[in-house]
Design a protein around this ligand. Structure first.
Ligand SMILES: [Ca+2]
Length: 279
């Protein structure tokens, strides 16, 4: 029974007869479960590397149960091909390698989408199904899926998750706050995004206050400039009145000199007259 290699995406659709026939090979007794060793033997035939097969196994057994359900990741809105792509992004995004991405870690990728902060916060709240303030690999994929739907198709994320949207790994056991865990519609899911918006508001306030300062300084400079101009005008006026006074003084001096000359002339005439009287 040599199994031909088939693309992963073709294995997933439920009810696919080809898939059913493969499944029968690894679960001939129809237990509904495939153990890791049975799956490994089967998957080895694909010719894929152990690393890829390991990844596929992780994908198929997200809860690490050690066996595969008959329909492992079907019935989830996130397509398998996209999931693998998102998982790769997740690996690059989880910088501290704790298996989750924080708001801080996704901030850049989220913002890069160009979606509004409110919408991103809502998507985060939807994906953070247990409100832990961080996203698992599956939750991150769901968030990326919603972002992608909005960016490429204009499809808005829902107000609440429908059952087929909840990541398979998050199904079954309710979260600590199950009443509001499936997307409360509150736009306060991402603390970091809130922080950024507060930072922006703070910066805007600072900018406004700086602009106010600048306007006041400019006004003060205008006032000083006009004061200086006035003083300059005063100085000009004083200078010209001083020049006028000096001119008047010179005038007076000239007349004084003239009168001295006349006085001398009169004295000469007087002395002439006296001389003539004596003769
Ligand atoms: Ca992390």
């Amino acid at each position: 029974m040599a199994a031909p290699l088939i693309p992963l995406s073709q294995q997933i659709p439920t009810g696919n007869s080809l898939y059913e026939s493969y499944y029968k090979q690894v679960d001939p007794a129809y237990t509904g479960r495939v153990g890791a060793s049975e799956a490994a033997l089967f998957l080895k035939k694909s010719g894929l590397s152990d690393i890829i097969l390991g990844k596929i196994w992780d994908l198929a057994d997200p809860e690490g149960k050690g066996f595969l359900d008959k329909q492992p990741t079907v019935n989830w809105v996130v397509p398998v091909a996209d999931k693998m792509r998102f998982d790769e992004i997740f690996l690059k995004t989880d910088l501290d390698l704790d298996g989750y991405v924080s708001g801080q870690e996704v901030k850049e990728i989220f913002m890069h989408s160009g979606l509004t902060q409110n919408l991103l916060a809502h998507i985060w709240a939807l994906a953070d199904t247990r409100q832990t303030g961080k996203l698992s690999k599956d939750q991150f994929a769901l968030a990326m899926y919603f972002i992608q739907q909005k960016v490429s198709k204009g499809i808005d994320p829902p107000q609440v998750l429908s059952p087929d949207m909840v990541p398979p790994s998050e199904r079954g056991t309710p979260g600590p706050d199950s009443s509001g865990s499936l997307g409360s519609g509150e736009f306060t899911g991402v603390k970091e995004l809130d922080d950024i918006s507060q930072e922006i508001a703070q910066l805007q306030r600072e900018k406004y206050s700086l602009e106010q300062d600048i306007r006041e300084k400019e006004e003060a400079i205008r006032q000083k400039t006009s004061e200086v101009q006035e003083l300059q005008n005063d100085l000009d006026r004083e200078t010209s009145s001083l020049q006028e006074l000096e001119a008047q003084k010179q005038d007076a001096q000239d007349r004084l000199d003239e009168m001295d000359q006349q006085k001398a002339k009169l004295r000469d005439m007087l002395s002439d007259v006296r001389q003539k009287c004596q003769d």
